[in-house]
Design a protein around this ligand. Structure first.
Ligand code: C2O
Ligand code: CU
Ligand code: CU
Length: 525
């Protein structure tokens, strides 16, 4: 059951909590639902059950803290902390010496309860990015809780093995809160994945790439330029200039672009191609190769890297230069599209343990395989969403976010499948008023989709920009976020299953999102 549901007509939930004086303990699951009034106020919420018995129960807090990032003074950050209240102790895996939240490890079918407490000085709410969860567990900004309050999430893990993540989602404040450090990984795994014999343990390396700016006292600097905020220092797993020691063996690198606005064009210095085994929503049915990887904010990529070719060497994972990254960036010294080192790998001469891994083809059968065989022909889309600037604001079809608003063309039917088309173009064509437009990483809540296809920009300059990133797109498998360069059109196929309710779709450039480049869509029965 979920306490923060729809607002009872005469009393909103915050008032209700205040009146009843409910603290963490008062919010025992079921305590609100058992009252007839509360039940009456939440008649349409799916996935809601007073008989929910969690397999794992966590306490999660968002709170201020201090962490040493640069030499000298520690940096004030905000971070998630989690604790297992019941269930497998290894559900929570803290990462030492970082502001990043612990890795949450779940299994498909697990029933999860999270008691989230806000210990910040402003309202917040947690969103489980990529997970297929009921409306009440999705972390919509209208569900944000005030400092001191607790929100209880209950959901079943219905997603494929893969890497997802959690981060705040309050109205207008997602960018700064995530930037201050509020983000963590979710890794879903099961026996079927483990049976594939992929690199595991120390050789399964999650990497969160983010950019930050620090002042002379090592404190975080943040602002909200129209292009989105860019830092001039690259942090991996919360650390600058990370040097990761590895053995000359095959590793699984799972990378999240956890940056607010920066796009990465990842490459090896000797142009060794990447073997991609998964994307946002889990493993592909077979690996694909890319010369480099284009990774927009919130996207994930799952790679197999054979470090034996670099035995005894130190090498950098680079982000290569590209064009079309945007305009008026806050990155000053490091614009979106600049080249830089992301982190260094120090490869030892010999492996302590030899490589036990087989060939990983085919990776998986079943739904993922079906996804790749799906029809990729460009179709007449069911809905089109045009991304453009209007009256100095980023919009979707000329609209900006309103807390509860859903337009008639944003209502979809449960149990149906649709093709949505995103068009990153100023209406009337052309490059757009603002220096040729901007990339927008579009994200849809509540589901994973398949990419039907892309159409390149027709504008010459935009086309030239697109050429500098297009070979790094991985549109295979399941995705929840897709990057559109200026001038691009993308079609995605989605299926609305299991849950009705209000979900979001938005640009995951967090400053764009906070400035209103976000809308609700509603799934109705
Ligand atoms: Cu990763 Cu609406 O968010
Ligand atoms: Cu999301
Ligand atoms: Cu955007």
């Amino acid at each position: 059951m979920h306490q923060k549901l729809s607002r009872p007509s005469s009393l909103n939930r915050r008032q209700f909590l205040r009146l009843t004086g409910l603290g963490v303990l008062g919010l025992m699951a079921g305590s609100l639902l058992k009252t007839p009034a509360a039940r009456a106020s939440t008649p349409t919420l799916p996935g809601l059950s007073s008989t929910f018995t969690p397999d794992v129960e966590l306490a999660l807090t968002a709170e201020p803290g201090q962490v040493s990032i640069l030499p000298g003074q520690p940096t004030t950050v905000w971070r998630y902390r989690a604790e297992v209240l019941s269930g497998p102790a290894d559900t929570v895996q803290p990462i030492p010496d970082t502001y990043l939240g612990p890795i949450l490890r779940f299994k498909p079918g697990q029933k999860v309860r999270v008691r989230f407490t806000n210990r910040l000085s402003e309202e917040t709410i947690v969103h489980w990015h990529g997970l297929h969860v009921p409306e009440a567990a999705d972390g919509h900004p209208r569900l944000a809780i005030a400092p001191g309050e607790t929100y209880i999430y209950e959901y079943e893990i219905m997603d494929r093995p893969g890497m997802y993540w959690y981060h705040p989602h309050p109205h207008g404040r997602t960018g700064p809160q995530a930037y201050m450090g509020l983000a963590g990984l979710i890794i879903i795994s099961d026996e079927s994945e483990q049976a594939l014999g992929l690199p595991s343990g120390d050789r399964d390396l999650p990497l969160v790439i983010q950019d930050r700016q620090f002042d002379a006292n090592n404190q975080l600097i943040y602002s909200t330029p129209m292009a989105g905020f860019l830092g001039d220092r690259i942090l991996v797993n919360g650390r600058p200039e990370l040097i990761q020691t590895v053995e000359p063996a095959t590793y699984r690198l799972r990378i999240l672009n956890g940056s607010n606005a920066r796009i990465y064009k990842l490459a090896w210095p000797d142009n060794t191609p990447f073997t991609v085994i998964g994307t946002d929503g889990g493993l592909l049915d077979a690996p694909v190769q890319r010369p480099y990887i284009t990774l927009g904010p919130a996207e994930r990529i799952d790679l197999l890297v054979d470090f034996s070719r670099w035995a005894g060497q130190t090498l950098s994972l680079r982000s290569l230069a590209f064009s079309g990254g945007g305009f008026m960036g806050g990155g000053g010294a490091l614009p979106n599209g600049a080249a830089f080192d992301v982190l260094r790998f120090q490869v030892s001469e010999d492996a302590a343990t030899p490589m036990p891994y087989k060939t990983f083809v085919p990776l998986m059968s079943g739904p993922v395989a079906a996804a790749r065989r799906a029809d990729r022909a460009w179709v007449q889309a069911d809905r089109t969403f045009q991304l453009y600037m209007q009256f100095g604001q980023w919009t979707i079809n000329g609209r900006t976010f309103q807390m509860e608003a859903v337009a008639p063309d944003e209502i979809v039917k449960l149990g149906t499948e649709e093709v949505w088309e995103f068009v990153n173009q100023q209406p009337g064509g052309g490059g757009g008023g603002m220096g040729g437009g901007m990339p927008h990483p579009m994200h849809i809540h509540g589901l994973q989709f398949q990419v039907v296809g892309r159409q390149p920009p027709t504008n010459t300059q935009q086309r030239a920009n697109w050429e500098t990133v297009k070979d790094g797109y991985v549109d295979d498998g399941w995705k929840d976020t897709i990057l559109l360069m200026a001038g691009e059109r993308v079609q995605v196929r989605l299926r609305f299953e299991d849950f009705t309710g209000l979900y979001l779709y938005h640009c995951h450039n967090l400053e764009h999102e906070d400035m209103g480049m976000m809308r609700n869509y509603k799934i109705v029965a």
